[in-house]
Structures are given as C-alpha cells and as structure tokens.
Design a protein. Structure first.
Length: 300
C-alpha cells in the first residue's frame, strides 16, 4: 500500500499576519510542515502532495521542496478560485473555497490511501504512526479522525477554530466546527460557526485538527459534496467555504461512511497568531535537546 501525505497549504494566514506555512521555526530554517513530513516518512508514508496557491510554487520548491528532494516523492497541486464545477461570476470572492476543494485538488496524484493535514500544525510522530496503522486495515468507507484534547490545542492569545467531536464509543458521530474561547470565569465556550447555540466544552473534550486518514474511495464523496455545494443560494456560496467536516458530517448522517476516533498522544503545537511563533520555536528546540529530532532534520 502506498500511503500519501496531503498537506493543505493554500490558506491566507490572515490572523497570523503572513504566509505562516513557510515561516521558519528553527535555526536550520525548517517549517512546521518539515516536521510533519519527517514524522510521516518515519511512519511509512512514501509521498507528499502540497496543495498550494500557484503563485507560491517557487517559494515551496526553493525551501522545503529542496530539502526533501530524494527523500520522499513530491507533487504540487494548485487550489484555484476559478476551478469550480459551474459557470458563475466569482469576482467578489477573495478567500479560497475551503478544505473540500483543497483535498479534491490532490485526487489525480493520490494513488491509494492518504492522510490530510494542515501545513501550520505540528502533530507529532504518534499521530502519523496511528494513521499509518489504521490505513493498513484498508476498510472500505471507514476513515479515522486523529484527535487531541482541546486543552492541548488552546492558544493563549484568543479564540481558535476547532472541530468539536461527538462520540459514540470509538466512533465519531458528529463534528461541530466552532470558535472556542475561554471566558472570564475560565469556562470554555464553543460557538458553532453555523450560528447554532453555544455550549460548554472541557479541556479533555476531543477536537479535530484536520488530521484525517482516508482510503481513496473518499474522493467520490468529496466530489458529490462539491457539486452539491454550488446548488445553494449564490449569496451563501460566495460568502462561505465548503468545509471538509461538513462533508463528513453529511455523509455520517446518511450512514454512508464511518469515522473511527483515534486519539493522538503526541504533543500538538500550532501557529494561529504571530505571537505563537516563539512558543513553537522553544518547544521544537526542547524536542531536539531531548533527542526526539536530530539537530539538523534532513541531514541524518
């Protein structure tokens, strides 16, 4: 089985204040996605696909692309605003269409099972080992969510967006995309992005960080959802995104798929805000000092 890593790196990074996907996080100039690729390769993945904006191609090739040449197979695919299944005026659209389109961009270069992830999150090796072991089972229409307790993913700088998981034993029954913020009384309030009623969560509540393991058959569900998205009201289409958790949720409700809950025991580190960068650098430096990673990541 050929396992592929699909890295979503076309986001604008508006809260961070720049292209955080290619912001160096150590003295060697590595990015967070370097660490994901390194861990995934150790876990048995043999190919990486970068989903990027076409104008960022040379930046990616001259940095992380150059570092991993000869170490893992690499493909680049482009997420484009004009790449939609209908003809319509999209001149008012600025942001990318969302994670459904991002993953679909990789369809033609993914041969078998795959894992998708954010470029600006550090997931840790245990998460990739767990994903790799799950994919070995090769169960049709059954996927996995590699989750973390919310407390591990909280930012000290403000609200964060997370997919709150509702579980039934080892299965995910619902994914609720929320903005989560700690209140003055220290409770954690999750406000669903669809405008429904807010609810309290806890530090050990499992959340999705867009780390999912899929068999190739998932592309069929993505394509169907993507086409149906453009049947909605035009004003809605132009102001919202087609999100992967919504696609998963819809197919869960229809009973077409199953998502297994696979908690990760890795340390999670992310960059939501510019001020998170210093903490990221310090945490990675500690891991190198502890021998978890070599001092020079790609020179071992």
């Amino acid at each position: 089985m050929k396992k592929t890593l699909v890295i979503m790196a076309a986001g604008m990074g508006s809260r961070f204040g720049g292209l955080k996907q290619i912001t160096p996080v150590d003295e060697e100039g590595n990015f967070l996605l370097d660490y994901s690729i390194y861990d995934a390769k150790k876990a048995g993945f043999s190919k990486v696909v970068f989903v990027i904006k076409e104008e960022n191609l040379e930046d990616f090739k001259s940095t992380v692309g150059k570092r991993i040449e000869g170490k893992i197979e690499v493909e680049y695919v482009f997420q484009k605003l004009e790449d939609i299944p209908v003809s319509m005026d999209i001149s008012s659209r600025v942001k990318p269409w969302g994670t459904v389109q991002a993953v679909l961009c990789a369809k033609d270069v993914v041969d078998d099972s795959f894992v998708i992830l954010n470029a600006d999150d550090f997931y840790g090796r245990d998460a990739f080992v767990g994903a790799s072991q799950f994919l070995e089972q090769n169960i049709p229409y059954t996927y996995a969510s590699l989750s973390y307790p919310f407390g591990v993913t909280e930012s000290l700088e403000g609200a964060v967006k997370r997919g709150v998981l509702k579980l039934d034993h080892e299965c995910v029954k619902d994914i609720i995309e929320c903005s989560i913020e700690r209140q003055e009384n220290h409770t954690l309030l999750a406000s669903p992005l669809d405008g429904s009623e807010s609810f309290e969560i806890f530090e050990d509540t499992p959340v999705s960080m867009n780390l999912f393991a899929f068999s190739h058959d998932f592309f069929d569900f993505l394509e169907e959802y993507w086409v149906d998205y453009f049947k909605k009201d035009k004003e809605y289409i132009l102001s919202h995104e087609a999100l992967l958790p919504d696609c998963l949720k819809e197919n869960l409700e229809k009973g077409k798929i199953k998502i297994l809950h696979k908690p990760s025991h890795s340390k999670w580190i992310g960059m939501t805000y510019k001020s998170d960068l210093e903490n990221v650098k310090n945490e990675l430096k500690k891991m190198k000092e502890e021998g978890i990673y070599p001092e020079k990541l790609w020179e071992e």
